[in-house]
Design a protein. Sequence first.
Length: 62
Amino acid sequence: MVRIIDRDFIPLSRDLIGAGGQERFTFEPKMEGETSIRMQMKRPWEENPVAEQIFLLKILNE
């Protein structure tokens, strides 16, 4: 239903290596309908996510 077309990281501080920040995703709809996107926050070597959120989307062609 959707695909990621861009992914960007915005650091909170440019002075600190390894500092936190925000990750921004841009999605492109492929068709109308309803779908969900599950996002998890975890380090690549971690098995279980620290946080998880599910976003429900309704895609309309207006």
